[in-house]
Structures are given as C-alpha cells and as structure tokens.
Design a protein around this ligand. Structure first.
Ligand code: PLP
Length: 408
C-alpha cells in the first residue's frame, strides 16, 4: 500500500502554517511535529478538564478517562499490558529513576554492560552506579562503522552481569540493532535488557512483546505527541524494584516509577498519536484489525516510504567526495537518521548556507557523546544530522539535495 502523503500531511498543522511555508524540516530526531489529534486532545484537556483527575464530578471523571484511554491504547499498539506502561517527563528522567529503582536489586561487585552507541540518556544514569559499587562494563562501537557487535557483547558477560543497556537505533549512527537477538543473549546470560527506543519509535511503534526486552523506553515528543517519556517495564520486574514514589505508594506499580506525579494533560493527549495512526490506517486499509495488526501494517507502509526517500538521499551523498557519511551508507538495516561531516568546508559554514535555503537541520553531538568519542569524531563541531520521518516528501528531499549541492 502506497502512503497517501497528502492525507498524512493534512494531519499536521505545521504543514499549513504560514510561518513555516517553504521550510523543509530535517531535525525530526530532535522532536517531530505534533499531529492535530494530539493538539486537539491537549487543548480539550486544558479547556475543559484541567482539574485533579479521578474524582466523581464530570470534569474530573473525564480527565481520568482521557488518561486511562492513553494507557489502554498505548498498551494495545505496543502489544504489552496496560499496567506495564509508565509515563514520565522524559526518557532521560525515566532512566534516572530506573537506575535508582534497580540499584537495590544488585549486590556490590555486580556488573552492568552499557553500550557506547547510546545517547547519554541510557548511559549516564547507569554509569553513575559505579560510585555505588556496581562495575560498569563498556560495550564499544566499531571505530569506523559505528556499529555494535554481538560477538563483542558475548565477550563482556560474566556470571555477575545483571543488565545490558543499548539502543534500538542510535540517534547519530542510524543503524537498527537486532533487539530480539540481543535480548535473548542477555537473558541466556542471566541479565536484563534495557532498550532505548527513542531513535527507533518515530519510524514505527515496536511490538515490544516480540522484542523480548525487559524495559523499553521512548519519547512521545519525537513520535508526533506531547513532551513525555514512555517506558515499558515488564510487570514481574517492577515488583523487584525499589519504590521511587511516596512510601504509601509501595506496591502500586503505576506510581512506583513516577515520583513527581505525571503531567495529566499530556498523558490525556498521548492517545492522540494512536488516533492519528488509526485515521491513517482507516484511510488506507479496509480490513478490520486489532491495534497490534494495524501497527504492523502502518509500519510497513511508513518504512517503505521512508526507505525510498532515504535511498535517494544516500545515493546523492555517496556520489560526493566532499562529504563523509557517519555509519552505514546503504538503506539496509538503517533508519533515516543520517549524520554527515563535510570534508572541505566547516560544518558551521555549510549549516549557515542550508538555513539560508530554508532547510532545518541540527548540528553538534546530540548528547551521543560516547559513540562520537568511540569513532574519534571531535565533539566540537560534532556532526550535521539529517533526520526525517514518514510525513517527509520527496520534494523536501530534493530541496535538501539542492541545498547541499550549493552548500558543500
Ligand atoms: C536516542 C535518544 N535517546 C534518548 C534521548 C533523550 O530523550 P529525552 O529528551 O526524552 O530525555 C534522545 C533525545 O534526543 C535520543 O535521541
């Protein structure tokens, strides 16, 4: 099924916003445009239901219902249980809370493996456990390709390994890691798999059960939604963790990992992402399907569209000897997160030219400091990153290519 891009873009007010007219957006890995369904739910919540939820008066009951709908529909789309979904302020903060909740599960001298392909969100909080008696083992990336090797991982386990933290897809390398295979390997070695899905989820929500990860995190503000982090935590695992909320929340798993109390309105708005997915599904497909099946159909369609655009972009980049592609230069196993380094001009100069040509991109280290260090790429100026999602058009890719031809 071919994606009806006109229909898709009509769901995003940014594409009809006069001040953005003519600008092509390639910093989606930093944060995507929100869809209208999310904006409407957030506005509705603020206009009609901005009260403490779950009381029996109508405005409050409705607020609670809106929040419950988000838990329910997220769980259905991700193929996990509702009680396994937790919303926090961001992925960084969710991992921070997890590190505190999980430390008491481990003994002095136990080991955790932390990948060097991660954004610091899924690295820093774990690495800090070194000061609390945990041995932190680094899983380095290949210096040239930026890829993680499973063979390397096999060599890092010991009988004290408790956890492996790694990304589904790095926000600078763009390569998709085989999460299921890695999770199975960690389990075989008696350890837990903690997966940062922030880079991956904007390109299709994962079937989390299928991936066999124990913990999977992503950020809704990069998946067309409000500024929240979502984490899946296996329901048996959470009961082994230390409660991070008030003492009287002990045993109430919905609260144990959200010490600050969640942002009600944004949780209520989160279902808008799935309303958007449903609208796209209904526009393209006739068959009745459950949420997980709809998700698979949408992923296939989104990925096909993204891949055609990525192929065109990579073909152009490969044809140039004045630019280095960081990470794989083919579409296989890759998402449209492409970091590049100009060979003859400074990043600042190229970037300024692209901005003049109404192209919105990002530059720097993107908090992916460890992978850049492993690849010996100087953090200053870092890389220039091109990232797009399924709502991006071939016209925008051509605008980018034309812009790069002028700028490089
Ligand atoms: C791969 C990856 N992981 C984690 C994060 C951090 O997410 P948050 O801003 O929700 O803490 C980012 C943010 O850019 C990211 O790209």
């Amino acid at each position: 099924m071919k994606l009806d891009l006109q229909f898709v873009r009509a769901q995003f007010p940014a594409f009809s916003e006069p001040s953005l007219n003519g600008w092509a957006f390639f910093e989606n890995a930093g944060g995507s445009y929100p869809c209208i369904q999310v904006i409407n739910r957030l506005t509705d919540f603020y206009m009609k239901n901005k009260v403490q939820p779950y009381y029996p008066y109508p405005a409050s009951t409705k607020a609670g219902e809106m929040m419950d709908e988000s838990y329910r529909s997220m769980a259905a789309y991700l193929n996990v249980e509702e009680s396994e979904i937790h919303f926090g302020p961001s992925t960084t903060q969710n991992v921070y809370v997890l590190a505190h909740a999980m430390r008491p599960m481990w003994e002095e001298g136990d080991e955790i493996i932390v990948s060097c392909q991660d954004h610091e969100a899924n690295a820093g909080a774990w690495r800090k456990l070194a000061s609390q008696g945990i041995n932190v083992i680094e899983w380095h990336v290949h210096q040239e390709t930026g890829l993680l090797s499973l063979d390397d991982l096999e060599g890092l386990y010991s009988d004290r390994t408790k956890m492996v933290a790694f990304p589904h897809c790095s926000n600078v390398i763009g390569h998709i890691n085989p999460v299921k295979e890695i999770s199975q390997s960690t389990h075989k070695n008696g350890a837990l798999a903690v997966v940062d899905g922030v880079g991956y989820a904007p390109h299709g929500f994962p079937n989390i059960k299928e991936l066999e990860a124990d913990i999977y995190l992503f950020s809704l503000y990069k998946t067309f939604g409000p500024h929240l982090g979502l984490m899946y935590v296996n329901k048996a695992l959470i009961r082994k963790m230390e409660n991070q909320s008030h003492f009287f929340k002990e045993g109430i798993t919905k609260s144990m990992l959200t010490p600050a109390g969640p942002d009600h309105a944004q949780i209520g708005a989160a279902k808008g992402i799935l309303d958007y997915f449903d609208a796209v599904y209904e526009h393209h497909f006739d068959q009745e399907a459950n949420a997980s099946q709809r998700n698979i159909a949408l992923n296939t369609m989104f990925r096909k569209h993204e891949k055609a655009l990525l192929e065109h972009l990579l073909e152009f980049l490969r044809s140039r000897d004045d630019v280095q592609i960081v990470g794989p230069d083919q579409t296989t196993g890759r998402l449209p997160i492409v970091s590049i380094i100009p060979r003859h001009k400074s990043i600042a100069k190229v970037y300024a030219s692209l901005t003049e040509q109404k192209l919105m991109l990002g530059t720097g280290d993107f908090y992916a400091v460890r992978p850049l260090m492993d690849m010996a790429i100087p953090l200053e100026p870092g890389v220039m990153r091109i990232s797009f999602v399924h709502y991006t058009s071939m016209e925008e890719i051509n605008q980018l290519i034309a812009g790069l031809k002028n700028a490089l």
